[in-house]
Design a protein around this ligand. Structure first.
Ligand SMILES: Cc1cc2nc3c(=O)[nH]c(=O)nc-3n(C[C@H](O)[C@H](O)[C@H](O)COP(=O)(O)O)c2cc1C
Length: 363
């Protein structure tokens, strides 16, 4: 994108730097910020770096297979686009651009309840891409049911119920600026919010009294498999199994909810050990390299989600930028499979990793 070779965008970090320059302070703060002192936000990235890889040699890696099986469906690779609200804050093309990038790369896109562009419009604009719908359960269960039905009617393949946002976290970068944004799927239901107010205003719609019995109701009512997003303990993993979930997403909401909670990488092993044989365990938070994807699989995840990286790509280059970020991570992942002697993503296990010898020095 630039004649100066030192400015070439070859890694996710390059897109982060370029996005910082392109976005205004308000949008950049909303996208890149976290809760309170942002300790968890930083640790989400650092935690993957505390694991060292233990590569094997001479296994024949002329062809590697990055494919995984997810909710009983074969997928070309284990990378998904995480649900992020208000993608038009990053770029005018917003969700439609990310849907295009996802479709081009065989990547499942999770569309947020608070997407700038509604679920039906995204599906009509890019009919071919695989898509899941992320549900914020509203206090008004009639509206919640309409959102769920609309996702099923529009070809979304799974329901991701986010449970770590009963109330919004202390996000100081958002508090210091005034963001205006509106959510396409919610326009018809949200009264004042439909005029385009701050993201925090949508919080009033979200039910803070959601319980495990509601997960069971959603699983029974919807034709789609239900994943519970925002799990950090094995106890909650077991409850997800008991209440009919098809999967859990180990996540701390990208460090945006409660600061100093543990990272996805640190929470994952106990959850995978407890319930990994009963439902699909996915993880997100701080995935910035192909080696991070490999480490997540080694710890027991079936797949990973990326939030901010794809928004940085979108901000820098629209659909093309978002696609490039996904392609960079997939190329790095295949490179890491080959260089660790792992011919198939599905065969990766914990033998591949160990606590990094350098981790004490880093802390
Ligand atoms: C700008 C932004 C908006 C987000 N909006 C949502 C949302 O609407 N629903 C949701 O479940 N998670 C939301 N998340 C959390 C992401 O789904 C995901 O858990 C997180 O971004 C992963 O961490 P990463 O950004 O380090 O990859 C949001 C994250 C960001 C950065």
């Amino acid at each position: 994108m630039s004649a100066d070779p030192s400015r070439q965008l070859v890694a996710v970090a390059d897109y982060e730097r370029a996005a910082t320059e392109m976005l205004d302070e308000v949008a950049f703060g909303y996208i890149s910020g976290g809760a309170a002192d942002e300790i968890t936000l930083r640790d989400n990235v650092a935690a993957w770096g505390r694991l060292a890889l233990r590569p094997r040699m001479l296994v024949g890696v002329g062809r590697v297979d990055p494919g995984v099986r997810l909710l009983g469906v074969d997928r070309p690779h284990p990378l998904l686009v995480a649900p992020t609200a208000f993608q038009r804050l990053a770029h005018a093309d917003g969700e439609i651009a990310i849907a295009r990038a996802a479709a081009e790369t065989g990547t499942i896109m999770c569309v947020s309840t608070l997407a700038s562009t509604g679920v039906a419009t995204v599906a009509q604009a890019v009919p071919d891409g695989p898509r899941w719908f992320q549900l914020y359960a509203f206090s008004d269960r009639g509206v919640t049911r309409e959102l769920m039905a609309s996702a099923a009617e529009n070809g979304y393949e799974a329901l991701v119920v986010t449970v770590d946002r009963p109330v919004i976290g202390v996000r100081e970068r958002e508090l210091r600026t005034s963001i205006r944004a509106s959510a396409g799927s919610v326009q018809a239901f949200s009264g004042d919010a439909s005029r385009g107010v701050g993201p925090a205003d949508y919080s009033a719609l979200i039910d803070p009294n959601l319980r495990w019995s509601d997960i069971e109701t959603f699983a029974a009512d919807s034709p789609l498999p239900v994943l519970v997003k925002g799990i950090l303990t094995a106890q909650d993993g077991r409850l997800a199994v008991a209440h009919g979930a098809a999967g859990v997403i180990v996540s701390n909401h990208g460090g945006r909810q409660l600061d100093t909670v543990l990272s996805g990488a640190d929470a994952l092993p106990a959850i995978a050990d407890a319930v990994g044989d009963q439902l699909d365990v996915l993880v997100d938070g701080g995935i910035r390299r192909g080696t991070d994807i490999l480490k997540a699989l080694a710890l027991g995840a079936r797949a990973v989600l990326i939030g901010r990286p794809v928004l940085w790509g979108l901000a820098v280059g629209g659909a093309e930028g978002a696609q490039r970020v996904i392609e960079i991570l997939l190329a790095e992942f295949e490179n890491a499979l080959a260089l660790t002697g792992s011919p198939a993503a599905g065969g990766v296990d914990r033998e591949l990793i160990m606590p990094a010898p350098w981790r004490r020095a880093r802390q």
